[in-house]
Design a protein. Structure first.
Length: 110
């Protein structure tokens, strides 16, 4: 999001995508997440961030829907390890605490 920090809003999704394409240090995960945002005009960077969170949360829920609960963080990471999930999903789930037994997706998303 730092690439968009100095930009003046409002901006359309296409304008946002064109801006981030100019930067060589943007992660592939960020590009994927921004490509997944809604086709609309964004009034602020916060508006973009909120939409990115929705996209990422949907992908996280998709990654977790086939897990048998209860489950630990290591079991979650083993489940997603060989799947084709974005870096954002893997990084987010890797930040889960080690010492919790998750009973369902809601526990994880909290």
């Amino acid at each position: 999001m730092s690439a968009l920090k100095e930009e003046k809003f409002p901006k359309s999704k296409n304008e946002i995508i064109n801006i981030i394409k100019k930067y060589s240090d943007i992660s592939e995960a960020s590009i994927i997440a921004l490509n997944g945002i809604d086709e609309k005009v964004y009034e602020s960077l916060d508006d973009v961030c909120d939409n990115v969170k929705i996209v990422c949360n949907l992908e996280i829920r998709d990654a977790l829907k086939q897990i048998i609960y209860p489950v630990t963080k290591s079991e979650i990471m083993n489940h997603i390890k060989n799947k084709n999930y974005s870096d954002i999903v893997i990084k987010t789930l890797d930040e889960l605490p080690e010492d919790i037994l998750f009973n369902d997706i809601s526990d994880i998303c909290k």
